[in-house]
Design a protein around this ligand. Structure first.
Ligand code: AGP
Length: 606
C-alpha cells in the first residue's frame, strides 16, 4: 500500500524524504513524489516507477527547504502515471497533500468542486481540492472541516505556502505515526523511515488530527477537542519495522486480513436492496441476466478462491460455473460463447498462464472480467473491466490475504447475480450482514494464534498430510494443503471428504496426519464419518470445528474452533487457522518462510 513520510525541522528536508521513501519501498509502490517548501513556495517532483527515477529527476536541481512531504503510491484509483502520483496540489500550488487510503465518496465530493480543474484520475486529488475549498487562512481548520464530510480511509499530510512552519497530519483507517526529534518532527506511515533519527514516537489513532509546528504538536479530534497522547520508545530495528514487528511478511499479511477485508467490501454493499454494487463488472442487469455460464480461470491460491466462487454462483444464482486451472484452460478447447462470463483471478495480475487463458477466452467471444489485486497490472489492463480486491501489496510468496479478499469479491458477485435470479431480498441482506461481521470474526480466530502455534509445532514432525473438506470447505482444504506444502515443504494432499474410500484411504496409517474441516453445516455429519474413517485407520487427526461443538474433541486428537457464520462464508474463517498452522509448521522446520524454495511471487512464464 502507499507510503508517506513528512518532515519539519531545522535540517534540509529533501535528503530525509528521499531516504525515507527508500525505507518505505518494501510496502510496494508504482510511483513516487516529493514536495518541499522553500521561501513560501512549494517545489514538487514526481516520477513513475522506482525511487531511483525520482532521484534522477532531482539530482540536477536543488530543492532547498526544511519542510516537506513525500509519498510512494500503490495505485487504487487511476492508472500508474506521473499525474496520478502524489503529492497532489490544490489552490494553484499553494496546498500540497499526500494520502494513503480510499476516499469512498470522492465522486460526490468532486460534484461539489464545480469549476475546479483536475489534473489526475485520483480520489486523493479530489481530497486535496476539497480541503482547499474550506481554506480561509487556517490550514488545520480546513482539513478538519473537509474530513468531516469524507467517507473512506485516510492517512494524510497537508502543507500550505501561507504556513511555512506547519504540517498537518490526519488518520482514519490508514496508519500514521509521528516521530519526535529535537525541534523537529517526522510523520510517516510506519516507524521505518524515522528510526535513523528518533525512536520516540506517537501513533495517531483513527479520527485524530495533528497540527505539527517546528517546536510543538497539537493533537485533536474532528471536533477540535485536544487529545493527550503518550510517547513510546520504539525498540525495533529497521527490518523488524518493515514487518511492523512481525517476524515474517507471511505472518504480517495473515494479520492484515481483518483490515484489508473491510477494504474489499467497503462501498460495494447495497443493504436496502440486499445486493452488491460492483461497478467494475460493467454489465447492465439485462446483460447480466443473459449470462448462461461462468468460467473462472486462475492458478494456485487464486484457483482455490475461484472454487469457492463456483459454490456461491451455483447456489445463489443458479448459473453453471466451472473453475479451470489457467494452464489447462487454454489447451482444452473450452466451449465458450458470448453468453459466457469468464473471470480471470490473479493477485499479481501478471501470471502468464492466466493471461494466456483470458486471451483465449476473449478470442472465443466470452465476456471477460478481472478479479485482481495489482492495479494497472497486465491482466487488469487486458480484461478492460473488473474488480480490484484491495488487499494491498502481498509481499510474501505464499498468498494469504489475497485469498480472503478474492473470496470476498466472488461472494459479492454471486450475491449480485443471485439477486437477479432466485436469491431473495432477505437472503441477500442476511449474507451481506454476515459479510460485515467477518472482520471481527477473523480477529477472534487470530486471537487463538498461540494455541494454533503449539498444534503446528506438534504436527510438524509428520511427513504426510491429508486435508479433507466437503462442499464449500473442499476449496479450503485445497488452500490449506497448498499453504502447508509451499511454506513447510511437508507433503500434503487435499481431497473431498467423501473421496478417501475411493483409493487415497490406502495411504492412511499411524504415520499420517489428517486435517479435516468439520464445521457445523449441511455436510457436518458426513464429514464426521469421514474423519472417523481416518481415526480408525490410525491417523493423527486435527479438525477445524464450530465454536460450541460439544463432540468435536471426542472425534479428533486436536481441535481448532472458529466462530459460526453462514455456510457460503465459512471459507473466510476456516482458512485462517490453516494459514497460521502452515506458517508455524514452517517456522518450526526452519524453512525460508517468506521466500520458499523453487517458488516466485509472480509466475510470468508459462
Ligand atoms: C499461492 O500461495 C502461490 N504463491 C501461488 O499459487 C499463486 O497463488 C499463483 O501463482 C497465482 O498467482 P496470481 O494470483 O498472482 O495469479
Amino acid at each position: 500500500m502507499c507510503g508517506i513520510i513528512g518532515y519539519i525541522g531545522n535540517q534540509q528536508a529533501l535528503p530525509i524524504l528521499l531516504q525515507g521513501l527508500r525505507d518505505l519501498e518494501y510496502r510496494g509502490y508504482d510511483s513516487a513524489g516529493i514536495a518541499v517548501m522553500d521561501n513560501g513556495k512549494l517545489q514538487r517532483v514526481r516520477a513513475v516507477g522506482k525511487i531511483d527515477n525520482l532521484a534522477r529527476k532531482i539530482k540536477n536541481d536543488d530543492y532547498p527547504g526544511t519542510l516537506g512531504i513525500s509519498h510512494t503510491r500503490w495505485a487504487t484509483h487511476g492508472g500508474v502515471t506521473e499525474e496520478n502520483a502524489h503529492p497532489h496540489f490544490a489552490m494553484n500550488g499553494k496546498l500540497a497533500l499526500v494520502h494513503n487510503g480510499i476516499i469512498e465518496n470522492y465522486r460526490e465530493l468532486k460534484e461539489k468542486l464545480k469549476g475546479v480543474k483536475f489534473n489526475s484520475e485520483t480520489d486523493s486529488e479530489v481530497l486535496a481540492h476539497f480541503i482547499g475549498s474550506y481554506y480561509t487562512g487556517d490550514l488545520v481548520a480546513a482539513v478538519r472541516a473537509a474530513l468531516s464530510l469524507v467517507c473512506g480511509t485516510y492517512g494524510l499530510l497537508a502543507v500550505h505556502t501561507d504556513h511555512p512552519d506547519e504540517m498537518v497530519a490526519a488518520r482514519l483507517g490508514s496508519p500514521l505515526v509521528l516521530g519526535i526529534g529535537e525541534n523537529e518532527y517526522y510523520a510517516a506511515s510506519d516507524v521505518t523511515p524515522m528510526l535513523a533519527y528518533t525512536k520516540r514516537v506517537t501513533f495517531l489513532d483513527d479520527g485524530e488530527i495533528a497540527e505539527i509546528k517546528r517546536d510543538s504538536v497539537r493533537i485533536s479530534n474532528l471536533h477540535d477537542q485536544a487529545i493527550k497522547k503518550s510517547v513510546q520508545e520504539i525498540s525495533w530495528n529497521k527490518q523488524q519495522a518493515e514487518k511492523q514487528g512481525f517476524e515474517h511478511f507471511t505472518l504480517k499479511e495473515i494479520f492484515d486480513q481483518p483490515v484489508v477485508f473491510e477494504d474489499a467490501i467497503r462501498g460495494r454493499i447495497d443493504m436496502p436492496a440486499g445486493t452488491a454494487k460492483l461497478g467494475g463488472l460493467d454489465l447492465s442487469e439485462d446483460q447480466m441476466r443473459q449470462i448462461s455460464r461462468i468460467v473462472i480461470v486462475a492458478c494456485g491460491t487464486a484457483f482455490n478462491a475461484g472454487m469457492v466462487g463456483k459454490y456461491a454462483f451455483e447456489r445463489l444464482a443458479g448459473i453453471p460455473t466451472e473453475v479451470d486451472v489457467s494452464s489447462e484452460f487454454s489447451y482444452r478447447d473450452p466451449i465458450i460463447d458470448d453468453h459466457t462470463l469468464v473471470f480471470a483471478i490473479s493477485q499479481s495480475g501478471e501470471t502468464a498462464d492466466t493471461l494466456m487463458a483470458l486471451r483465449e477466452a476473449k478470442r472465443k467471444g466470452a465476456v471477460v472480467r478481472g478479479i485482481v489485486n495489482s492495479v494497472g497490472s497486465t491482466i487488469a489492463r487486458e480484461v478492460g473491466a473488473g474488480t480490484y480486491i484491495h488487499a494491498g501489496p502481498e509481499l510474501a510468496v505464499a498468498s494469504t490475504k489475497a485469498f480472503t479478499n478474492m473470496v470476498a469479491i466472488l461472494l459479492l458477485y454471486a450475491i449480485q447475480f443471485g439477486r437477479l435470479h432466485n436469491t431473495s431480498l432477505a437472503t441477500g441482506q442476511r449474507l451481506l450482514k454476515a459479510l460485515l461481521e467477518i472482520p471481527q470474526k477473523i480477529n477472534q480466530v487470530l486471537k487463538q494464534v498461540e494455541q494454533i502455534k503449539i498444534k503446528a509445532q506438534k504436527y510438524s514432525k509428520y511427513k504426510n498430510f491429508f486435508y479433507l473438506g466437503r462442499g464449500v470447505n473442499y476449496p479450503v482444504a485445497l488452500e490449506g494443503s497448498l499453504k502447508l506444502k509451499e511454506l513447510s515443504y511437508i507433503h500434503s494432499e487435499a481431497y473431498p471428504g467423501g473421496e478417501m474410500k475411493h483409493g487415497p484411504g490406502a495411504l492412511i496409517s499411524k504415520d499420517f496426519a489428517v486435517l479435516g474441516i468439520v464445521t457445523k453445516n449441511q455436510l457436518y455429519d458426513k464429514m464426521k464419518s469421514n474423519i472417523a474413517e481416518a481415526v480408525t485407520r490410525g491417523a493423527r487427526v486435527i479438525i477445524v470445528a464450530t465454536e460450541g461443538d460439544k463432540v468435536a474433541s471426542e472425534i479428533a486428537d486436536d481441535v481448532i474452533f472458529v466462530p459460526k457464520t453462514m455456510e457460503l462464508l465459512e471459507p473466510l474463517l476456516n482458512t485462517i487457522p490453516l494459514q497460521l498452522f502452515a506458517y508455524y509448521a514452517a517456522v518450526e522446520l526452519g524453512t525460508d518462510v517468506d521466500r520458499p524454495r523453487n517458488l516466485a511471487k509472480s509466475v510470468t512464464v508459462e
